[in-house]
Ligand binder design. Structure first.
Ligand code: BV8
Length: 233
């Protein structure tokens, strides 16, 4: 692996699969149990807030029953030991990167452990259920929603992400199907600036042909191996 100085990593549900968190599109995955339009859109939330709040309450509660896996821990080691610039962007709303030791994680699609108040529009760290419409910690209104980015909503920190993609020399995509934009387009942004692009995934994704190199296998094996290469073993 040649020397790289500015790395951008994008992770998806596949990096948490071996920790026991359902991915979206695998058989029996999250979206198979629910229609996306019903649980991951503002319209679905407006139509049936209880269904949506319960869907996210269940996923938030499940976090306490799972642990980070060697892939999360390897990325935390990279953050500690890599001498260049590193930006870890995740599409995941779980907290396994942080619990695996990563200190800087950009949750472009929000987090289960964050609450967004639709009255004061402030965000608060959040661990409890929302089904019982608890008061916003800041304005006290009973108008909390999951602080996750639904379809049709603007992902977080896009300007910061695009700047990093334009200046990086290596873009690595880990455990994502490349089915959802704008994340699925990041590989093209990186290539356009001349970065090398690497995909680590269990199976070919929708964007595999766009990567200089694709390695197929479980993240718990591929990610520690790749981090060893980058850090020189
Ligand atoms: C936006 C948070 C404007 C919530 C998520 C037409 C009509 C309407 C809309 C659109 C349209 N065309 C495009 C759009 C936009 C839309 C979109 O892309 N739709 C798709 C369906 C076509 N996107 C949006 O609406 C986004 N907002 O566009 O705003 C804009 C545009 C540009 C710039 C700024 C603003 C917002 C999308 C965010 C939706 N929220 N999640 C929640 O979690 O509930 S999406 C959710 O699914 C994830 O966050 C992720 O982004 C996405 C894909 O999931 P993956 O993480 O990839 O998981 P998946 O199951 O699909 O795949 C798992 C992969 O892992 C597989 O490849 C598998 O092989 C692999 N794997 C499995 N096990 C392992 C493994 N790999 C390694 N090891 C293993 N063990």
């Amino acid at each position: 692996m040649a020397e790289f100085e500015r790395i951008v990593i994008l992770t998806g549900a596949g990096i948490s699969a071996e920790s026991g968190i359902d991915t979206f599109r695998s058989a029996g995955g999250l979206w198979e149990q629910h229609r996306v339009e019903d649980v991951a859109t503002p319209e679905g939330f407006a139509r049936d807030p209880h269904l949506v709040l319960n869907f996210y309450d269940m996923r938030r509660a499940a976090l306490s029953k799972v642990e980070p896996n060697p892939a999360h821990e390897a990325l935390a080691r990279l953050e500690r030991e890599f001498s260049g610039e590193l930006l870890l962007v995740t599409q995941n709303v779980d907290d396994l990167h942080q619990r695996g030791g990563s200190g800087k994680v950009l949750h472009m699609h929000g987090e289960l452990k964050s609450a967004l108040c639709t009255s004061c529009e402030m965000r608060s760290r959040w661990e409890a259920p929302m089904l019982d419409r608890p008061p916003c910690p800041i304005c006290r209104a009973p108008t909390l929603r999951p602080d996750v980015v639904w379809f049709g909503e603007m992902p977080y920190e896009m300007a910061r992400i695009y700047h990093a993609l334009e200046t990086c020399d290596l873009f690595v995509s880990i455990g994502t199907s490349g089915a959802v934009y704008p994340a699925a387009g990041f590989v093209q942004e990186a290539r356009a600036n001349g970065a090398r692009t690497l995909e680590l995934n269990l199976e070919p994704s929708e964007g595999s042909r766009l990567f200089h190199e694709t390695r197929l296998g479980p993240a718990s094996q591929l990610v520690p191996q790749w981090v060893d290469e980058v850090l020189g073993g």
